[in-house]
Design a protein around this ligand. Sequence first.
Ligand SMILES: Nc1ncnc2c1ncn2[C@@H]1O[C@H](COP(=O)(O)OP(=O)(O)OP(=O)(O)O)[C@@H](O)[C@H]1O
Ligand SMILES: [Mg+2]
Length: 94
Amino acid sequence: MSIPEYPILSVSSVEAVYNGAIAALHGVDLLVGRGEIVALLGSNGAGKTTLLRAVSNLLQAERGAITAGRITFGGGDVSRASPSHLVRSGLVQV
Ligand SMILES: Nc1ncnc2c1ncn2[C@@H]1O[C@H](COP(=O)(O)OP(=O)(O)OP(=O)(O)O)[C@@H](O)[C@H]1O
Ligand SMILES: [Mg+2]
């Protein structure tokens, strides 16, 4: 996969846990360019849903947390964005 020149979504070295203990993501890196379509593939329990929860800042609702790394959308840190902002930005569809 080529590296997008201007990624709109950037996931960098992300680690995530549930309940402060259950490790679910280990050093995930992902760059998505504007207009690019990406499919996430993996076996049961690989962490697909967890990654999407992390990207949409919904991990806390499941007692999850990002413990390392950074996720940005349009240059802004996703973890600092409110759900309503993420929906307005187009990152999360409801
Ligand atoms: N709400 C939760 N609380 C605790 N652990 C969880 C929770 N959700 C997922 N996990 C754990 O996190 C890891 C990643 O699970 P996740 O649901 O992200 O995988 P997945 O790739 O979406 O799997 P599937 O293909 O079954 O949908 C697994 O070890 C799973 O047991
Ligand atoms: Mg899933």
